[in-house]
Write a protein of this length. Sequence first.
Length: 227
Amino acid sequence: MFSLLRRTVAEIGETTKKAINLDGLKGWQKEMPMFTLTSEHDLKQWAVGCDKDIGGFSEATLDLSEEGKGRFHGSLSLELPVNKEIRQSGYAAIRSKPKDQTAFGTPCWDTSLFRYLALHVKGDKRKYFVNIQTDGVVKTDLFQHRLFLRTPGQWETVMIPFRDFILTNNGTIQEDQIEMFRQKVKTVGFSIMDRQEGPFNLEIEWIKAMNTEFTEGDLDRIPPKEA
């Protein structure tokens, strides 16, 4: 009870700080840092899972690389577990843990003033997805987008428009697509399920909500001329 009260007080303080600073009236902002994965403390804010959790044979780990960056790696196995009810295997995923709940609910990221989810990553040639969970009614809903890497094996910044994410539920694209509730982004994650056995490796340094100089959320803008 005390911890809930403490988190609620902290949330009130943060909300008050934003109101005093008039965050909503600041105008154009280039970026909003969301996550860094550069320390053991950072990694504790993430959860790791794979089909091994239900009897499968895949392996997945999140640790720090030699460069000191988050490294999501392991090996996928398509071998089915003994449980005959499970008919598909071979997946792994990580996601950020939701923030601690307060009396007002779960604190979320308000990304509505930004057009892109930006990710500084280095990966291999496997097929990964980026997943966003919002604080919606259906807890199993995920907004997903393929993580397209132009230069596998090298660091690059990938920018995905929030509006390009597709609503899915348990891996199935939903017929009735709805717009992402971007004021309430609860978690961000990565997954791999490309039906290929063998090792995978994806490194992540940071995740941000971002604009370019020509965007302000969903609005286009003309950058001010330099004096």
